[in-house]
Ligand binder design. Structure first.
Ligand code: APR
Length: 232
């Protein structure tokens, strides 16, 4: 049986009602990336950064996974250990669609950790009415569990092993412009994988894509998954 690795980005959650980052109307149009998504920004104005992520957390809870998220849950159910899902998204929608082994390489909106002692907390257990939530163990400031620009994404070693070992690598709903995730398709292809993209626009790393499916993932992904599973 072939081994599949899938990388998703903001485009898969767009039709659930979550804004992407770089499309027209995207989040980075009305927010300064340096201010809200960098360690320096957090140091300069932690209240502003916390407000930004509290709002995004609340919004993520107000929307539902869509049929593209469910199509990947179906892949996991059918392919089991021959399927791995990596996401750049922090919205938790893959897990809410039932996916059990999601690799959240850019962190999660639903957790926070202590800048001093590293203790990790679900946001659901924190008092979010205060401007900057504090650690219950040491009393220091918590920060959102988000990998910001200039920081190293989570699980890179595990991801590299998966990329080298897979037969098919799929990228779904991502502009292919933010590294290291944008380079995964190149690694997978160099190690012999067939590469597939499902995206509304042509991604920046199109040169490494063998099979491009251009359009909305809610329309293109469910039939593509059915086709893959019928052959597996
Ligand atoms: N179906 C398929 N693709 C879509 C859809 C849709 N309905 N809507 C938008 N897209 C595509 C767009 O064409 C675009 O190429 O999704 C892509 C979204 O790109 P970005 O906004 O750049 O999001 P992403 O690639 O996930 O960003 C990567 O950048 O700011 C950081 O940390 C943040 O994880 C994020 C990273």
């Amino acid at each position: 049986m072939k081994k599949y690795v899938v990388l998703t980005g903001a485009g898969i959650s767009a039709e659930s009602g979550i804004r992407t980052f770089r499309d027209s109307g995207g989040l980075w149009e009305d927010h300064d990336v340096e201010q809200v998504a960098s360690p320096e920004g957090f140091q300069a104005d932690p209240k502003l950064v916390w407000q930004f992520y509290k709002d995004r957390y609340a919004q993520s809870l107000s929307v539902e996974p869509n049929i593209a998220h469910f199509a990947l849950k179906k892949m996991e159910d059918n392919l089991q250990d021959n399927f791995h899902l990596i996401t750049q998204n922090v919205d938790g929608l893959h897990s809410r669609a039932g996916s059990e082994r999601v690799i959240e390489m850019h962190g999660s909106l639903s957790t926070a950790f202590c800048c001093a002692c590293n203790a990790n907390y679900p946001l659901a257990e924190l008092d979010l009415s205060v401007a900057i939530p504090v650690c219950k163990k040491c009393g220091k400031s918590l920060r959102p569990d988000i990998v910001w620009f200039g920081e190293i994404p989570y699980y890179l070693y595990e991801i590299e092993q998966l990329l080298k070992d897979c037969d098919v690598f799929m990228v779904i709903g991502t502009s292919g412009s933010v590294y290291p995730a944008a380079g995964f398709v190149m690694t997978a292809k160099l190690f012999g994988a067939h590469t597939i993209a499902v995206n509304l626009d042509r991604p920046d790393n199109l040169g490494f894509i063998d099979e491009m499916h251009q359009g909305k993932c809610t329309e293109l992904l469910p039939p593509l998954v059915d086709k893959i599973l019928s052959r597996a």
